[in-house]
Write a protein that binds this ligand. Structure first.
Ligand code: ATP
Length: 317
């Protein structure tokens, strides 16, 4: 099996590149042949993964070295090709993919796990999410999709100069707290209709709707504690009719999944989902800006093969 690495040198504020140098040495020491490609712009990992898929007719592994945005793009580019499996070396700031897919959080340990799996013929397959809106005809997500308050925060963070400054001071997470507090005062909740399979639900004063493929989100928050990568379903969490103060409380309890007991949090599951907000809410897919407005989502059961342990199949359920 041919082995490719797609490296996002700017992930984790330059951590991606540093980590890659160590992993490259490890691969050379162990006489493992591989190709390494560096991303040059946002969205490039998707194009590279698809090029690799088209160029190789035999089984090939494409490993993302970066954060959730990088593995998101690799899966976006690779998921339509049966002969492509994906791997992940966590080098970003959040790394929820490693939490959900049972990949070690330490990059060198993740690399060792990956090396140990290379001689296998088959890798476990996991569900992924698909979405369609005005911006994307067939977008994918591996962790979660969100619209509303959380997408507004991640849009602000990603466009922020403050993020780059604070990242340099190793205070990257603080920037999320700053924009969370800002949006807490500025965000205007709105009415949202959610259609899940054959049922329709109307929620007033909605702050956010997330659609999860796995439990973890936003750097370790357990937003959808029951989401499973192998159940052929997506978990929908809708936060509505909640006071601004209680939102803060929610963002504390979400770290252990306690928020789902709150009366303002509705938990639903299904295979096909349509979210129709009364006003065009921002959206993200795995933390990457994904558009505005109504969106249709569906699960693609066992949609991607991942270089991880077989036991990861039961992870998160
Ligand atoms: N060469 C590049 N220059 C600028 N941006 C890039 C480049 N390569 C990739 N990107 C973009 O960098 C962004 C961040 O990548 P990624 O999410 O992997 O890292 P992170 O934000 O540090 O980690 P996490 O999402 O886990 O918090 C993504 O939107 C990706 O498209």
């Amino acid at each position: 099996m041919k082995l490719y690495f797609i490296i996002n040198p700017v992930a984790g504020n330059g951590f991606g590149l540093k980590i890659w140098k160590k992993i490259e040495n490890l691969l050379i020491q162990q006489n493992i042949s591989f190709s390494a490609l560096y991303t040059k712009f946002a969205g490039h990992a998707s194009l590279l993964a698809e090029e690799i898929a088209k160029r190789n007719k035999q089984a090939v592994a494409v490993v993302a070295v970066g954060g959730d945005g990088t593995i998101h793009e690799v899966v976006q580019g690779a998921n339509r090709y049966e002969h492509v499996s994906v791997g992940y070396i966590p080098a970003g700031s959040g790394n929820d993919f490693s939490r959900g897919f049972a990949i070690p959080k330490k990059p060198l340990q993740a690399a060792k796990q990956l090396i140990g799996l290379l001689d296998r013929k088959h890798f476990p397959k996991f569900d992924i999410g698909l979405f369609q809106n005005k911006k994307f005809d067939r977008g994918t997500f591996v962790n979660n999709f969100g619209c509303g308050f959380d997408a507004a925060i991640s849009m602000k963070v990603n466009r922020s100069r403050l993020k780059r400054i604070l990242n340099r001071l190793a205070l990257g997470k603080f920037v999320y707290v700053c924009y969370l507090l800002q949006q807490l005062f500025l965000y205007k909740p709105s009415k949202v209709t959610i259609q899940i399979d054959e049922k329709s639900y109307e929620f007033e004063k909605v702050w956010l709707v997330t659609v999860s493929n796995q439990p973890y989100y936003g750097g370790g928050m357990k937003i959808a504690p029951s989401a499973s990568l192998s159940d052929g379903k997506l978990d929908v969490i809708c936060v509505h009719n909640i006071s601004r103060m209680k939102i803060l409380f929610l963002f504390i309890t979400v770290f252990w999944g306690g928020h789902i007991k709150m009366k303002e949090v509705s938990v639903l599951t299904g295979k096909r989902i349509r979210i129709s907000p009364a006003r065009a809410l921002p959206q993200h897919a795995d933390g990457e800006f994904a558009g505005y407005g109504p969106v249709s989502l569906a699960v693609k059961p066992r949609g991607i093969a991942v270089l991880t342990e077989d036991s990861a199949e039961d992870f998160g359920a």
